[in-house]
Design a protein around this ligand. Sequence first.
Ligand SMILES: [Fe+2]
Length: 208
Amino acid sequence: MKSSRRLLLAAGAGFLPLRAGWAASLATTPSQTEGPFYPTSLPADMDNDLVQVRGQAAQAMGTVLHLQGRVLDLSGRPIDGAIVEIWQSDAQGIYDHPRQPGRERRDQAFQGYGRLVAKSDGAYSFRTLKPVAYPGRTPHIHLKVASSDGRRLTSQFYIAGHPSNESDGIFRGAARDPRQRALIEMRLAPAPGLEPGALATTMDIVVA
Ligand SMILES: [Fe+2]
């Protein structure tokens, strides 16, 4: 049934005249579950560098990932001043959350959560960790976006090509549309210019 509907849509697209502007519109970053681990209380340090907690000498365990991009509307216009939040587990797969088994073993040097306000060109950037798998989930970074004009998005980013992605139901659900899939798959590249041993990825967030 799913495939016949897809065929029908494909056939329809061939016969219908395109509305002006239709081709220019972007796909939206797919909405995904918030999950059980959104912080119950925000950390004292909640800046955009999750690898370093203010007042601590130690850096978080794990591979540093520079995650950057722009927050855009469906026309590709930047959403100025959007609040972007991310949260994820530490390099051992442990969240800083009361429902997290083994929370006492978490890496105290990992901030776990960060937030920022996107710049006037929609740009955002976080210094965080390459996400790791934990029981039941493929590696992912959670995110939430809230714009001043009331747009809201909750989603998750994944590592493109990770072998566990296709067995993760949340990933599969969000990745059915190839254009939306591209908006949640992080292509990780070495970024020695930014920081030795670090990775970087650019992920625009498209909010309807
Ligand atoms: Fe999660």
